[in-house]
Write a protein that binds this ligand. Structure first.
Ligand code: PLP
Length: 401
């Protein structure tokens, strides 16, 4: 059977993730006995904080294993509303303005599916996490990329954004702090987005999953700007801040008018999340010892960020965009004579360093690769030392040649 003959038309253009392909190849090299630095995965290498694990075990023993409300367990919605208020200053009603989802991934997909039809357009500030453009295509809609300038902070140019708006535009998608750039949008950039959204009556989808992983300056939620709470769908989750990628808990926070729309999609996708996890998180997420554990991880990521920048500073052919948040650095490889795709391929095969070509995130990033420093310090030292030796050797060879 030819799968393409049976495939939904919406699947056309939906891509397999380059990140997975690279990481799979890196693991295959490891299985052959090579030491490989895995800088390709956006996944904390830390363990989930103990209070969360203890609470989850207890909830299973208490048989908290039945369906919970469609919106998700009420005590967790209340705990999340408390955290959002403290972190962003925006108040959400846990009763009808917060929806718990299976990971950030479900939050993204529901947040797109409830508002986009075939023929609609959604603007994506790029470079951007790959799920947005593919999720938009899964709705039958078209992603329209607005490339941000590859410079400090990846500022938003209001004219570029304005020029991308058409009669079919329904929303703007942004990610702050950014995967893949590790940069944080300034209030000035957010104001530019706000003005365009207000002028054209657009909704904003704001993925803030890295909002608690900020090392320089502060990260402002666009929902906190005047008039924006009413038109912003904020997404966040537990995967990154609490090192819980395998637990699959995320959430959406939004104005009450969106509630019925989102519930209808959620009801017929996953119905509810996992009861004992949600109840365990309700008890443990805001505990001082849990928050202290999350802060220790944040501090460790910051130390790794500084280490990675210091080691990259010693590699003359490479430059980078100074990261302020998340756990990514965009490295400019044009000084090596390669583009990001060639560099990533050869670095993996020849130096055993797994990086992701930044072109896979869209935007003007063909000359960049993304490095994730969620790997351990030793791996960062060893991987960047191999990268340096490999580039030194290449330079010597080309001089000899
Ligand atoms: N949003 C961004 C920007 C991400 O980088 C990721 C994961 O890498 C997600 C959302 C998805 O998170 P989750 O693992 O909770 O589905």
């Amino acid at each position: 059977m030819n799968p393409e003959a049976y495939a939904a038309k919406r699947l056309k253009g939906v891509e397999m993730s380059a990140i997975r392909l690279i990481s799979d190849r890196a693991r295959a090299l490891r299985a052959q006995g090579h030491e490989v630095a895995l800088f390709s995965m956006g996944e904390p290498d830390f363990d989930t904080p103990a209070p969360i694990k203890e609470a989850a075990k207890r909830k299973i023993d208490e048989n908290r294993t039945h369906y919970t409300s469609n919106r998700g367990a009420a005590p967790l919605r209340a705990a999340i509303a408390e955290r959002i208020l403290e972190d962003t200053g925006v108040r959400y009603d846990p009763e009808n303005e917060i929806l718990l989802t299976c990971g950030g991934a479900e939050a993204i997909n529901n947040g797109l599916a409830a508002f986009l039809d075939a023929g609609d357009e959604a603007i994506v500030l790029a470079p951007a996490f790959v799920s947005y453009r593919n999720g938009i295509r899964l709705c039958g809609a078209a992603p329209v990329e607005v490339a941000l300038r590859p410079e400090a902070g990846f500022p938003v140019c209001e004219e570029d954004l304005e020029a991308a708006v058409t009669e079919r535009t329904k929303r703007i998608v942004l990610n702050n702090p950014s995967n893949p750039a590790g940069t944080v949008l300034s209030v000035r950039s957010l104001e530019a987005v706000r003005r365009v959204a207000m002028r054209h009556d657009l909704l904003v989808f704001s993925d803030e999953i890295y909002s608690r992983l900020v090392y320089e300056g502060t990260c402002t939620s666009i929902a906190s700007l005047p008039g924006m709470r009413e038109r912003t769908l904020m997404m966040n989750g537990f995967s990154k801040t609490y090192a819980m990628t395998g637990w699959r808990v995320g959430y959406l926070a939004y104005p009450a008018w969106m509630d019925g729309l989102l519930l209808r999609v959620h009801q017929y996708s996953t119905t509810t999340g996992v009861t004992f996890l949600q109840e365990a998180l309700a008890e443990s997420m805001n505990r001082p010892d849990t928050l202290a554990a999350a802060e220790r991880m944040r501090a460790a990521f910051d130390a790794r960020r500084r280490l990675a920048m210091a080691l990259l500073d010693e590699i003359p052919a490479l430059r980078y965009i100074r990261p302020q948040g998340a756990f990514y650095i965009l490295i400019d490889v044009r000084g090596t004579g390669m583009d990001g795709g060639q560099f990533a391929r050869r670095a993996l095969e020849e130096a055993h360093v797994a990086l992701v070509p930044a072109a896979s995130f869209g935007g003007d990033c063909a000359g960049f690769v993304r490095m994730s420093y969620a790997a351990g310090e030793e791996e960062i030292r060893a991987g960047l030392a191999r990268l340096k030796d490999w580039l030194d050797a290449k330079r010597r060879d080309s001089h000899v040649g």
